[in-house]
Write a protein that binds this ligand. Structure first.
Ligand SMILES: O=C(CO)[C@H](O)[C@H](O)COP(=O)(O)O
Length: 221
């Protein structure tokens, strides 16, 4: 069976109790950490010093999603901390090819994200340089938004291109993922699912992770 990964988003966790919140998602494949700078997106979260402490105490690997300007400058520093994957936005990188190579050289999986309105076609040549492609299924910046069905054709096109290239690149979706929308994203070809509200917004994050995983697996066949 193909690998199905669930990455709870810390954006929906209690920021006053991050270490305890990390312990509630021990069965997750990674924890998704949203770094926002109030410039690339209209919201501000956390940066390197906090991620360094999360990395020190987390039992699950860190999946860093940089929603920041000047990704070329900052992304390698997150890789240096030992984060498992570091994802920059195509719209925020001056030299995406060099940046992806830098991230891998620092030992991280290199990820690239696309806003809902950004087409995937101009970036298909970059796929061999990436370990993960993130198709945003909401406008980046805030948790709790509704899944944008309009992104499904892009997920399908990205999945086809990844399969044609040998299937080495994870296809991540982020935003509005629930037990219902995860089915449509999985059918379209996504294999890695970020979920904030649908995990931390419930009383039992581990049960939510299991339910999301089960729904995605049955959709992927
Ligand atoms: O990148 C993000 C927002 O920009 C978050 O990861 C996303 O909001 C997840 O939250 P939810 O599952 O509640 O939509």
């Amino acid at each position: 069976m193909p690998r199905t990964c669930i990455h709870p988003s810390l954006l929906s966790a209690d920021f006053a109790n991050l270490e305890a919140e990390l312990r509630r998602i021990g069965t997750a494949d990674a924890v998704h950490v949203d770094v926002m700078d109030n410039h690339f997106v209209p919201n501000l979260t956390l940066g390197l010093p906090v991620v360094e402490r999360i990395q020190a105490v987390s039992a699950v690997p860190l999946d860093i999603h940089l929603m920041i300007e000047d990704a070329d400058r900052w992304a390698p520093a997150y890789a240096e901390l030992g984060c498992e994957s570091v994802t920059f936005h195509a719209e925020a990188a001056r030299a995406p090819l060099k940046l992806a190579r830098d991230l891998r050289a620092h030992g991280a999986r290199a990820g690239m994200a696309l806003r809902p309105a950004t087409p995937v076609e101009p970036y298909l040549d970059l796929l061999p340089e990436l370990d993960m492609l993130l198709v945003m299924t909401v406008e980046p910046g805030f948790g709790g938004q509704a899944f944008l069905e309009v992104t499904l054709p892009k997920i399908r096109r990205a999945a086809e291109a990844i399969r044609a290239g040998g299937g080495q690149v994870a296809l991540q979706v982020d935003g509005g993922i629930t037990e219902e929308t995860i089915v449509r994203a999985a059918e379209a070809g996504a294999d890695t699912f970020v979920a904030g509200s649908a995990v931390y917004g419930t009383g039992d994050p581990e049960a939510a992770i299991a339910a999301l995983r089960g729904a995605a697996r049955s959709a992927r066949g």
